[in-house]
Ligand binder design. Structure first.
Ligand SMILES: Cc1cc2nc3c(=O)[nH]c(=O)nc-3n(C[C@H](O)[C@H](O)[C@H](O)COP(=O)(O)OP(=O)(O)OC[C@H]3O[C@@H](n4cnc5c(N)ncnc54)[C@H](O)[C@@H]3O)c2cc1C
Length: 232
């Protein structure tokens, strides 16, 4: 008995090999034209739907690489409420006055050219059980995978004094680059104390450069006016 089982185990793989080799041989014998004729019947898997909410640094990068690496196997849609991307870190340059808001604004066209569908709308809700993102204006989007990257926001209603639209409009935090940044820049430019301190600072520096140097200050390597300014 034992010898017969061993013999069957030894023979069975060889039969399977023959079967595989036979099938491969038959396939190789098929003319290429015949294989081509079968092509319409080969079902390609539907692309996986990836929806990304928020086109900031996080969401735009995720959408770009999901499409770059996924190719035709994924269908990537980016939902962004603003018409263009405005860089938050670079907005400091606008506040400082060395760049304009246009300098730090980039359109989403490059992402669209890479095959990402851009939907300018606001995601208002996510139905995780149905796998759908509801939009404020357009039709809901179905997804297989969802990436949420909406950035930060304030709980204005939890901050006393900021619960009215007028109070919010007056509170320029500039944490979201765009109108907040330009608004804060305008306010900084209009501040009389800023101009006053700057002119006073410059006047002091000029006086320090021109002032005669006292013996004591000379020995310390600084001008008298500068040492007076340092003390005040
Ligand atoms: C003044 C300033 C200076 C900074 N400097 C630096 C720095 O030097 N270095 C650094 O690493 N980081 C810096 N940061 C932080 C950096 O900007 C953030 O970490 C980064 O922007 C976060 O990226 P994010 O994609 O998560 O969010 P965000 O860049 O805020 O993007 C979120 C996007 O989601 C969109 N969105 C939100 N809700 C919805 C919705 N419901 N539907 C559709 N779209 C929606 C918004 O319109 C926005 O475009 C700075 C930030 C500020 C404000």
């Amino acid at each position: 008995m034992k010898a017969a089982r061993t013999a069957r185990r030894a023979v069975a793989p060889r039969e399977a090999d023959v079967g595989r080799r036979g099938a491969l041989g038959a396939l190789a014998a098929l003319p290429l034209a015949a294989l081509g004729a079968c092509a319409p019947f080969v079902q390609r898997a539907a692309p996986r739907r990836i929806v990304v909410v928020g086109g900031g640094y996080g969401g735009a990068t995720a959408a770009r690489y999901a499409k770059t690496w996924g190719g035709d196997s994924v269908d990537v849609t980016l939902v962004e409420r603003d018409p263009a991307f405005v860089s938050c870190p670079l907005s400091n340059l606008v506040l400082g006055g060395s760049r304009t808001i246009a300098d730090i604004t980039v359109s989403y066209d490059a992402l669209a050219r890479r095959g990402v569908h851009i939907v300018h709308d606001t995601a208002s809700a996510v139905d995780a059980s149905e796998r759908r993102v509801r939009l404020a204006r357009g039709d809901a989007l179905a997804y297989d995978r969802l990436i949420l990257s909406p950035g930060i926001d304030f709980f204005f209603d939890r901050i006393r004094g900021l619960d009215t639209p007028a109070a919010r409009a007056a509170f320029l935090h500039a944490w979201q680059a765009g109108p907040q940044t330009t608004g804060l820049r305008t306010r900084l430019e209009a501040m009389p104390t800023a101009a006053y301190s700057r002119s006073r600072f410059h006047a002091r520096r000029i006086a320090a450069r021109r002032a005669p140097t006292s013996a004591r200050a000379r020995s310390r390597g600084i001008s008298a006016a500068r040492s007076r300014a340092a003390r005040s």
